[in-house]
Design a protein around this ligand. Structure first.
Ligand code: CU
Length: 137
């Protein structure tokens, strides 16, 4: 119970940060860098790039999600507030995300470039604007 309350408090404060001004892109102001200079997301564990990704109304973090060409990628994805989904057609990623359950998504970064990441589960009036970029550099 205490863990649940604590986790709710952490999630609420993360969501509050989003409302304040778009965490984390505005903090690091990486949005305007050329995509080849973006800082890699997450960390390498046993040769696999592991990245914790959050989905919320209406966005994803990190934004962008940055990986290296050729890497094996593991996204640990959690819908923070309501059910969401992740869709990246170029990498055959299409996964519903029930609220609060971390889902593992594996793929290989087999193409260079920038790819749109969309929410694939209707989550409210601005669902269509829930996007991030996947950068493979
Ligand atoms: Cu949505």
């Amino acid at each position: 119970m205490i863990n649940r309350v604590r986790s709710l408090a952490i999630h609420s404060s993360i969501i509050f940060l989003f409302i304040l001004g778009g965490f984390p892109s505005s903090i690091y102001s990486v949005e305007n860098r050329p995509y080849t200079e973006q800082v890699l997301s997450g960390e390498l564990k046993n040769g696999i790039r592991e990245i914790e990704v959050g989905a919320y109304k209406y966005g994803f973090y990190p934004n962008p999600i940055v990986v290296k060409y050729g890497e094996k990628v593991k996204l640990l994805m959690t819908a923070m507030d309501v059910p969401h989904g992740i869709h990246v057609p170029e990498f055959k990623v299409n996964q519903p995300l029930p609220k609060g359950v971390t889902k593992t998504i594996d793929f290989t970064a087999s193409q260079k470039g920038q790819f749109m990441v969309h929410c694939s589960v209707y989550c409210g009036p601005n669902h269509g604007k829930q996007k991030t970029r996947l950068i493979v550099r």
